[in-house]
Design a protein around this ligand. Structure first.
Ligand code: GLU
Length: 375
């Protein structure tokens, strides 16, 4: 079994990124390929794997629809994205609904994955979609994202999505079947690399520059490795495989050449290591003995166990959790800003809505966002 095939077989939640060049042809959606991918996603779902699609193609489709040439003007590109995104979703509807799957459009901007408060919101929406059995279809919100605040390419967007969703595998479908030790288009003896376990400067250099000369899309091997680096630091492995095969995902499973870039830890371990390493907690929650006992059995911290709130913090900021004597119990990400936390501390979960005026998170810190001392 290839390294990529075994990572693919053991994945429970994966992000599948497909570029414009694979999804569009002459300014139209490549329905044949999108339908095959729809079938393959359905097969994965059939064996209990959660799938998030990151789909490019909005700009390419919209350009053709609006009769625009390949123009560099940002406002026209943004207009193209607006006109093309609906066609893109239509194509995914056509591909997924015959299998009883509901595509759900998620448009992200860089801020959604880089500002912690927005990150928590985007994450809970993504979790809810998966829980409800939908297939999130993610793209960058190109229509509002201006140059300075863009991801710029969907490889990076896919990596951030994998991080957000705590996926264990990122599959980047490309026009090439993985990483080579030199550019195979100019070096016929370039060797294919099935397994990459470190992303050092030598490996990054093998990728060369991004494919600026490609007609559609913006990715290249370089951006793919940069995406893999982001995914890796979030505990998510990456497979770079060809999207040109008849059944691209089936081909990975059957051992077609592909590159696996491993991640040293799983997504949850990486997330917790990141929380534990947060340098500058913005506040403190003093919790009671009952809450400490509950946390030790793996429960979330409920407002009822919070006795005191110190400092000013926003939702998503890291806070220290201490016992009534001030001893450190752990560190976590606050599910509520300090003002709201003051309102709900010591109160029962059922009172939250009345106290803050809307139905927000039912916890003070979710157990996934909490690292106890010694953990
Ligand atoms: N978000 C762009 C689109 O949907 C694609 C960006 C990319 O190709 O990486 O057209």
């Amino acid at each position: 079994m290839t390294a990529a095939a075994s990572a693919f077989a053991s994945s429970r939640r994966l992000v599948l990124k497909i570029g414009s060049a694979l999804l569009t042809e002459g300014g139209r959606a490549n329905l044949a390929r999108i339908s095959v991918l729809g079938e393959e996603v359905a097969a994965l779902r059939g064996r209990g794997v959660e799938v998030i699609i990151v789909s490019s193609g909005a700009v390419a489709l919209g350009r053709a629809r609006l009769g625009l040439s390949r123009s560099a003007r940002l406002d026209e590109k943004q207009a193209a994205a607006a006109a093309g995104q609906s066609l893109l979703m239509q194509a995914w509807e056509t591909a997924l609904s015959p299998h009883g799957l509901t595509p759900a459009q998620v448009l992200l901007t860089r801020e959604d994955t880089e500002r912690r408060r927005r990150w928590l919101n985007a994450r809970s929406t993504m979790d809810a979609l998966l829980r409800l059995g939908a297939v999130p279809v993610v793209n960058e919100n190109d229509t509002v994202a201006t140059e300075e605040i863009r991801y710029g390419d969907n490889d990076r967007l896919a990596a951030r999505t994998a991080q957000l969703a705590r996926a264990d595998l990122l599959v980047l479908l490309s026009d090439i079947d993985g990483l080579y030790d030199a550019d195979p288009r100019s070096h016929p003896h370039a060797r294919h690399m099935p397994l990459v376990e470190t992303l050092n400067a030598g490996i990054m250099a093998m990728a060369g520059d991004s494919n600026a000369d490609a007609a559609v899309g913006t990715g290249g091997m370089r951006t793919k490795l940069e995406a893999a680096r982001i995914a890796r630091s979030a505990g998510c492995a990456t497979v770079i495989a060809s999207g040109l095969n008849d059944r691209p995902l089936g081909a990975i499973a059957d051992g077609a050449p592909a590159t696996l870039i491993t991640a040293p830890a799983g997504p949850m371990a990486a997330w917790k290591a990141w929380i534990a390493g947060s340098v500058d907690p913005s506040g403190r929650l003093v919790i009671d003995k009952g809450a400490i006992a509950a946390l030790k059995t793996g429960k979330s911290l409920l407002p009822t166990g919070v006795q005191g709130v110190d400092g000013r913090f926003d939702r998503g900021d890291s806070v220290l959790v201490v016992d009534p004597t001030g001893r450190r119990v752990g560190v976590g990400l606050a599910a509520w800003a300090s003002d709201d936390m003051l309102l709900i501390k010591g109160r029962h979960t059922t009172e939250i809505e009345r106290l803050v005026g809307y139905r927000g998170p039912q916890v003070a810190i979710h157990r996934d966002d909490l690292v106890l001392e010694g953990e």
